[in-house]
Structures are given as structure tokens and as C-alpha cells.
Design a protein around this ligand. Structure first.
Ligand SMILES: Cc1cc2nc3c(=O)[nH]c(=O)nc-3n(C[C@H](O)[C@H](O)[C@H](O)COP(=O)(O)OP(=O)(O)OC[C@H]3O[C@@H](n4cnc5c(N)ncnc54)[C@H](O)[C@@H]3O)c2cc1C
Length: 389
């Protein structure tokens, strides 16, 4: 998505050079949020998630199913798995994340799933027929959304997670408990403060052994335990990597020696970009609106360097400071958040009640850094004006 949004922005701001979009998957760019929600619930097909692309306006060449394997910043060239290589004037790294894989002593493969790609969602959809016993490892957003969708499809669903309360590391204990209770009402079982220690079965999983010795029957194990950045192809260029790629405030990649690479931009889930007003280390944000904002900005910045964007309202190199936002739909729960609740030192219930709709406010050193809630979308949206990040 970040790659496509950058290309669209380049054209919007008049860039007339060639644009090549290289993708590791065989699919054209698509929207990931429905993968855990409607696409799976309603068995929809690729067209339902494909981003509309106007070829005549975008005028980009797509090279698909041919991932980048390495980069030489010095030669300004990327190398692809097929052996092909491409020279560039500007490179935009937008390679996102892949699911983190667990390793067990009895490391069976059949019956195990992750969810990151369209193909992953189709595989889960084909396997998760009614009455199947699903165990989801992880109680983050993807785990909870999957639990809700698969429960709706008639599967029995158990969630196993290390934390005591789902979502509490992100939204706080009270918010997390409110979400957990609604899931329990719909029949989702939680096994919290626990992990899966081993898999049970011969060729295919038939159960999981939890860290406290309990055994759960299991036809499908879905590991929703976080992700890893797809950044290996950038190695060998002295970039400041580790948790994504560190950028300066205009999304240009930074080297270990703190100099910046003028023609290498980083967007979306892999970009670790600095705060403007908060004394905290640069951070990565895995929300849908960030690749959108990054793409718009980088397209405009490159167009400005090339001279096709010269409006007075845009200053090259100005601090990139988008307001992060995300939503999540689980059963009838609709969560909306603006800002960064994770960095708060104080959380307070601003409005509503925990068994219906509510809004929490998140402050850090007295300033509002996020608002989030269930329902009350209009009010939450209006409150984002208060956020200082
Ligand atoms: C199941 C699911 C549900 C989600 N739901 C929500 C939600 O409800 N709300 C929300 O705010 N966010 C949600 N997100 C997060 C959101 O979709 C991501 O933040 C967003 O897709 C990130 O965009 P991106 O462009 O950085 O990366 P991606 O969209 O992941 O795109 C990265 C692309 O790079 C390709 N690639 C990887 N390695 C290489 C390589 N070496 N060479 C070439 N190409 C490569 C990948 O194949 C992929 O096509 C969800 C994500 C998932 C997976």
C-alpha cells in the first residue's frame, strides 16, 4: 500500500519520470484490513480487496512475484530474486512486515496458519469450516479480529496469550477487559498468562499443550504473535536498522554514522521515524493510515526536488508528523483510536460506560497523546484535535 500511495502521489504532484513498483507477492497491491474481517467472514475474492489502479494516470510498471534480494546504495541499484537488477534515481522502501513464526519441539506444519497476506486469508477461510476447533495464539488486534470472524463462521475459538488482559499493553487494562468480556459473551474462550509449549499430533495438529500443562483440542492453530520487518534486502549499506529502518524527519533512511541517504526513502510499517514534540526514540507504527501519509509525503517531496511541485504551502524537508489512527472491528465492537495510547502515563475514562460505548483519554506528562474508545466515533474524531504528538 505504501508503495502504491507513493506512486500515486508522485503523479499527483506532476512527476513525469518512470515509476517501477516491485512486489514480492504475485498480486497487485491490496488492502489488508479486510483479510481478518469481511473477506474471511464473507468468503470474498481478490477483487474485494484490490486497490483500484488507473493505469492511464499511474503509468507505472509492476514487477510482481520477484522480491528484491539486495541493494547497493553506492551503485543505486536493486537486485531481484529472478536475477534482474534495476537502476534508480530515487528508491522507496515499502516492504512491510511478515508474520512472526513460532518454533515448537514437535514442530508440525499441517494445521498451522498465519495471517498477513491474501493467500494466508484464503487458506484460513478454506480450513475454518463450521465446528472446527481453532486455537489462536496471541490476543492482539489480528488475533481478536480473527477470533470474532471465525466464531461468526461457527468455529469454536480459544485464544492463548501471554498477557493477563488482551490489548492491555496498547489500550490499558479497563479497555482490554471490556473487549475480553464481549468476546466471552460470544463464546470465545481465553487462556491468558499462558503460552503454547508444544503441538500434539502426528502429521497434523490435533491439540496444543499449554505452558501450565492443560491440553486444548485443535484443528487449526493460528499464530498471531506479531511480525518481523521485511528489511533483509537493505542490509550491507550501513543503514541504521534493527526495528525497521531509522529515518530522518523527511523519511530519508539514516546510516549508522548518522548521515542520511538522500535518495532512499522509507515508508509504511518498516519506517522508524522521529517524534516532533516528544522526547522519545523514533518509532515504527503499524497502522493503515501511516503508509498512506508516508506515501503522500514522499511522492510530494520527490516531485518538489524534481521541480514539478512548487506550491508555496509545501516545504521540502519539513517534519513529517502524521497523527496515527486505527480502527478494529470485532463482533459488534467498533474500536477507534487516534494518537499513540501506548506511550501514555495516565489513562482515564472520559465518557460512557465500560459495558456499552466509551472513550478513554491517554495523557503523557499532562498532554493528551491519544483518545480511543468503542463506538462514539464522531466524538472520538472530534477529540483528536486535543492530541499533541
Ligand atoms: C490481517 C490484517 C489486518 C489489519 N487490520 C488493520 C486495521 O483494522 N486497522 C489498521 O489501521 N491497520 C490494520 N492492518 C495494518 C495495515 O494493513 C498495515 O499497516 C499496512 O498494510 C502497511 O502497509 P505497508 O505498505 O507498509 O506494507 P504492506 O501493505 O504489508 O505491503 C508490503 C509489500 O511489500 C512486499 N514485499 C515484502 N518484501 C519484499 C521484497 N523483498 N521485495 C519486494 N516486495 C516485498 C509484500 O509482499 C507487500 O506486498 C492490518 C494488517 C493485517 C495483516
Amino acid at each position: 500500500m505504501g508503495g502504491l500511495r507513493t506512486a500515486e502521489s508522485l503523479r499527483r504532484f506532476g512527476y513525469s519520470g518512470d515509476i517501477t513498483i516491485v512486489g514480492g507477492e504475485k498480486h497487485l497491491p491490496y488492502n489488508r484490513p479486510p483479510l481478518s474481517k469481511d473477506l474471511l467472514a464473507q468468503g470474498k475474492d481478490f477483487d474485494a480487496v484490490a486497490f483500484p489502479i488507473k493505469d492511464s494516470e499511474l503509468k507505472a510498471e509492476f514487477i510482481l512475484a520477484d522480491p528484491a534480494t539486495s541493494l547497493s546504495c553506492h551503485e543505486k541499484r536493486i537486485y531481484l530474486a529472478s536475477g534482474r537488477n534495476l537502476e534508480y534515481d530515487y528508491l522507496v522502501a515499502a516492504t512491510g512486515l511478515r508474520s512472526r513464526q513460532m518454533h515448537f519441539p514437535n514442530n508440525l506444519k499441517l494445521g498451522r496458519y498465519n495471517l498477513r497476506t491474501f493467500d494466508d486469508a484464503k487458506a484460513i477461510g478454506a480450513a475454518a469450516t463450521p465446528e472446527k476447533k481453532v486455537v489462536i495464539l496471541g490476543a492482539g488486534f489480528i488475533g481478536l479480529e480473527l477470533a470474532a470472524t471465525l466464531r461468526t463462521l461457527g468455529c469454536s475459538v480459544a485464544i492463548v496469550a501471554l498477557e493477563a488482559i488482551p490489548l492491555s499493553p496498547i489500550l490499558g487494562d479497563d479497555f482490554g477487559l471490556a473487549v475480553q468480556k464481549r468476546h466471552e459473551k460470544e463464546g470465545v474462550q481465553f487462556h491468558l498468562n499462558r503460552s503454547v509449549q508444544d503441538l500434539i499430533g502426528d502429521q497434523r495438529i490435533s491439540g496444543v499443550l499449554l505452558s501450565d500443562g492443560e491440553i486444548l483440542e485443535c484443528d487449526l492453530l493460528i499464530e498471531a504473535v506479531g511480525s518481523q520487518t521485511n528489511t533483509e534486502w537493505l542490509e550491507g549499506n550501513n543503514l541504521e536498522m534493527g526495528n525497521g529502518v531509522l529515518t530522518d524527519n523527511s523519511l530519508r533512511a539514516m546510516r549508522i554514522d548518522k548521515s542520511r541517504v538522500e535518495d532512499l526513502f522509507v515508508v509504511g510499517d518498516i519506517a522508524r521515524f522521529p517524534y516532533l514534540n516528544i522526547a522519545l526514540p523514533a518509532r515504527r507504527i503499524e497502522h493503515w493510515n501511516i503508509p498512506v501519509e508516508c506515501g503522500k509525503r514522499v511522492g510530494r517531496e520527490i516531485s518538489a526536488i524534481e521541480g514539478s511541485e512548487s506550491s508555496s504551502e509545501f516545504k521540502q524537508g519539513e517534519h513529517f508528523n502524521p497523527l496515527p489512527s486505527f480502527w478494529s472491528d470485532q463482533f459488534s465492537i467498533s474500536i477507534l483510536s487516534y494518537g499513540e495510547p501506548k506511550i501514555a502515563d495516565t489513562i482515564s475514562l472520559l465518557e460512557g460506560s465500560l459495558d456499552s460505548e466509551f472513550i478513554f483519554e491517554y495523557r503523557r506528562e499532562g498532554s493528551v497523546v491519544a483518545v480511543a474508545g468503542i463506538g462514539m466515533r464522531r466524538k472520538i474524531s472530534a477529540l483528536r484535535e486535543e492530541i499533541r504528538l
